[in-house]
Design a binder for this molecule. Sequence first.
Ligand code: GAP
Length: 566
Amino acid sequence: MPFIFRVIIPLKFSVAQIICLLLFNNSTSKPFNFFVRLPNTLYCSQFIERSEIPVRVCENRDCSQFAVHYLLIFVYLLKIFTRCVIAKNQNDTVEKIVSLAKRRGFVFQSSEIYGGLNGCWDYGPLGVELLKNVKEEWWKAMTYREDVEGLDASILMHPRVWEASGHVENFTDPMIDCKQCKARFRLDTLTELISVKNKEKALKELDAASIEKEGSLDDKITAILEDNSRAAQLLDLLNCPQCGNKGTFTQPRKFNLMFKTFLGPVDDASNIIYLRPETAQGIFVNFLNVLNSSRQKLPFGIAQIGKAFRNEINTKNFLFRTREFEQMEMQFFCKPGSDKQHYDEWKERRINWFKNLGMTPEKLRFHDHPKDKLAHYAKEATDIEYEFPFGWGEIEGIHNRGDFDLGRHQQYSGKSQLYFDDESKEKFIPFIIETSAGASRSFMAFLVDAYYEEEVNGEVRSVLKFHPKLAPIKVAILPLVNKDGMPEIARKIEAGLRPYLRIFYDDKGAVGRRYRRMDEAGTPFSITVDTQTLQDDTVTVRERDSMQQVRLGTSALLSYLLEKLR
Ligand code: GAP
C-alpha cells in the first residue's frame, strides 16, 4: 500500500523515528514503496515534480534493518535537500541576472508595456554595446585574415532556397497539444516536463518488461515517443504537465519553424516567402559571386552576421531560445579530402575564441554528435557548450557539411556550382566546414560568466567581470566632489578620452556608490579626480576586478588605458 506524506526540513531525529515506526506497523508482508515529498512552499515547482523518491521498506522488526531504513530515509532526504538548494541557487542566479539586465539597461522584454511578446527581447543602452562588442570581436577574429571574406545577404530570399536547403521539408519539430488546457509541447522534450512517478506508471502499463532493461527512464520514454507506432499509446497514459489531466494529448504533428510572410501586395500561396531561419543559405547562394569578385582560391571562407527567425514552440531561459536572434556564421569552402583537417582546425580556433575573451575554460566543452543523430546535411558535427546555471547548452555548432549545400543549390537552381582547381585541373563541388555561433546566445553566456557576487567590507558587491574588449563602457570619470574645480578638470579629461573610448561621466552621489554602479555595469576602469589632482595633475585609476588604484598623470591616461584595453 503506497504511503504518501510530507516531511518538514530540517528533519528532527524523533520525526524520523515515528516515520519508521509507522512504516513498521502498517507494512504488509511484501515490500512496498512510499514517496517522500517536500512541501511545495519550500522550493521551485520544477524540482518538486522530480522529487519523488521510492524507498523500499520491508516487514521485519530486526533492529539493524530498522537502522538501515532510517539511514536510507535520511540519505534520500539529504540528497533531496541538496538538490533543492542547488536548484534554488541556479534559479536565483538566472533571476538575479535577468533582474540586473533589466535594471542596468542590458535587456528588456519586447513590447513590455503591452504585456510583452514571448521569445523576443530588446537590447538596452548597455546591452546593445555588449552585443556590438561580441559581434565586433567575432568579425575581427573571422575576417581579419586573408582567407575569409565578409558578406551581408538579405533576410528575405527566393522560396526555392528553402526547398533546396531542406528547410521546407525537414525544419520541423514534432508537436502535441493538450485538448483540455490548450497548452502546446514539443514531443521530443516532453519527457523533461513529466514527473518520474507518471513516467514509471505509464511505462509499467505499456511495457512492464522494459522497466528492468538497461537504460534510463527518460531514454526509454523518449524511444517510445520517437516510434510513430507506439507514441500515441504512451501519450494516452501521460498527464499533461500544465493541467494534470490524463490522456488529453492530440496526435503528434510536424510543425515547421519558419515564419511565413507574403512578398508584394497579394496574400496568396504563390507569394509566400520565409524569414530566414539561418544566415548560412545567404552565403551558399553567393559562393560564386564572392569567389569571382574577391579572386579567392580554395580553401577560403565567407563570414556573415545577421538576424535569423525561428517560430520555436517553447522559448525558454531568457535569451537562450528566442524567436528572433542573431547568428555569426562562417562557411569555409575546401577541397574534398582536406575537410577533416579544416574541421579540426576550426573547432580549436572557435573554442579558443570564447576562452580568449575571458570565458571560464572549465565551463566550456565540446559535445560531438553521434553518427545516428547527425543533421541531414552533416558528415560530422560538434557543439561548443557552455555550462549555464540551468545546465550545459549549445552556444555554437561546427559542422562538416560535405558537398550537400552547393550540390543542392546546383540541382535546384540549375546553375553550376563547380570549382575549377588550377593546380590539379579538376572540377568539383567544394566541401563546406561551417562555424555557426549565436550572437545572442554568446551574449548570454558572456553575461552569465561575468556575473559575480563578492563580499566587500561586509557588503555584497555585484560585479560583471567582462573582458575589457567586451565591456559596454570602458572608462568612468568621477569627480570626487561637485566643486573646487574638480568637475572642470574631469570634463577636460573626458573630452580628451571620448574620441577613443566609450566613457561614462558620473558626478552623482558618494564615490563608493558610483564605483558600485560601475561594477554592476562591468566598467573595467574608473578615473577619480580628487584634491591631489588640483595640486599635481594626477588622478586615481581604479581597476574593477582587483579594486586596486594607481595614480597617474592626466597626460599618461590615454596611452595607459589603450594599452590595457588592447
Ligand atoms: N546554420 C546552422 C545552424 O543554424 P543551429 O545549430 O541550428 O545551426 C546555430 O544554430 C547557433 O544559432 C546555435 O548554436 C545557437 O547559438 C544559435 N541559435 C539557434 N537557435 C536559436 C534560438 N532559437 N535562439 C537563440 N539562438 C539560437
